[in-house]
Design a protein around this ligand. Structure first.
Ligand SMILES: [Zn+2]
Length: 377
């Protein structure tokens, strides 16, 4: 009686499945596969292919050119070892080498999974220890930058018509370029668009989209002032404030999903709250960060900070006296403290020389006023 072991036959065209016996006869040149009610299959050792199942590195798959796509799966490691021992020495050696490799791969995979889980547990523990903010920051760090612009697209942001006036667009791009020049290694592709809208506002979406309403340009008395607002918005992008706010919307449960699972699950979870991007309000702490970073960006770009501070001050005064539905100050509550911080930061640095922007700013403002004037139907 030859040594025989149960194996599984996969992908046989005649639908042959069920218990199959692999029989290794002494001095034989082939492994014989026998099942009830089916003709024997022969796997000649000389042509036998031995591979590991990509889905299970401990499972050996045997094949032969004559069997086409059919594979003999040996699930049990001990059976595989015994069959390898019964095969001719050269085939047996090949078989054992492959199995060792499979076992090593499995051990490595298990270790990687344990490490990932340990990292997640540490992060969660840190979340409880250092608070919610640390947990949110950890979740933010797990989302790749390129996914942010996808989220913005999903938010369905449908702002008003874009201002087509080439003079306005060229002026805005000129101001933006000066700021971006100082951050050449940013992972973001910034895209600043001007939208025809009389309100004094600007906002930043995750991924680098910044929208400036024409009313804000009309209200800014110099390119320096616009540069100040843009520098602030650029900071919201660089510091991933939008993504941070979105992740907070997911709540504790969603945070756990992101912290513990892969990127796929995180992306799915974020998709569900993407429309909230449009109603997102940045926190006071985020605004303070954007102010500080924005002012530093201005100074690095050699733009005096006075414009930024003047603009913010005027907006805060405006708000108390008028009933603008939406203006920069209502999104960015300008407390006295906020202005004081900006002023003391500006004073701590030597003021750059005035910039010659080479722009006819009054013309740019007039064009913006024209663009945002209500159309008579
Ligand atoms: Zn802001």
């Amino acid at each position: 009686m030859p040594d025989s072991y149960f194996v599984t036959v996969l992908g046989h065209p005649a639908g042959r499945g069920g218990p199959t016996l692999a029989m290794a006869l002494p001095q034989s040149n082939a492994l014989i596969l026998r099942a009830v009610g089916a003709p024997d299959l022969r796997l000649p050792y000389a042509e036998m292919t031995i591979e590991l199942d990509p889905a299970d590195p401990e499972r050996v798959l045997l094949g032969a050119p004559g069997l086409g796509e059919t594979r003999v799966a040996v699930d049990d490691r001990r059976i595989a070892e015994q069959l390898a021992a019964l095969a001719p020495p050269e085939v047996g050696a090949r078989w054992r080498t492959l199995q060792d490799r499979g076992r090593a791969r499995r051990r490595f995979g298990a270790r990687a999974r344990v490490l990932a889980l340990a990292a997640a547990i540490v992060a969660l523990a840190a979340g409880f220890w250092f608070g919610y903010d640390a947990l949110v920051a950890y979740a933010v760090s797990k989302i790749p930058v390129r996914y942010e612009s996808r989220l913005s697209a999903l938010s369905g942001s449908a702002e008003g018509p874009q201002v087509k006036d080439p003079v306005v667009n060229a002026a805005v791009q000129h101001v933006v370029a000066r700021l971006l020049q100082t951050i050449p290694n940013s992972p973001y592709q910034f895209q600043v668009t001007v939208v025809a809208d009389p309100r004094v506002n600007a906002f930043a979406l995750p991924g680098g989209r910044i929208v400036v309403l024409s009313g804000l340009i009309a209200a800014s008395e110099s390119p320096d002032e616009l540069a100040g607002v843009l520098a602030h918005e650029i900071q919201h992008v660089l510091r991933r404030h939008g993504l941070n706010g979105l992740i907070r919307k997911l709540g504790v449960q969603g945070l756990f999903v992101i912290a513990l699972s892969g990127r796929g699950a995180a992306a799915e979870a974020l998709k569900s709250v993407a429309p909230d991007l449009l109603n997102l309000r940045f926190s006071r702490a985020q605004e303070a960060e954007a102010d500080r970073g924005g002012l530093e960006l201005l100074l690095t770009s050699n733009v005096p900070a006075a414009g930024m501070i003047d603009f913010f001050r005027r907006q805060s005064q405006d708000e108390s006296g008028t009933t603008r539905a939406l203006n920069f100050a209502s999104d960015h509550p300008t407390s006295r403290h906020r202005l004081e911080v900006l002023e003391s930061l500006a004073h701590a640095h030597p003021a750059p020389a005035p910039v010659d922007w080479g722009l006819d700013w009054n013309d740019v403002r007039a064009r913006c006023r024209a663009a945002s004037a209500p159309k008579i139907p």
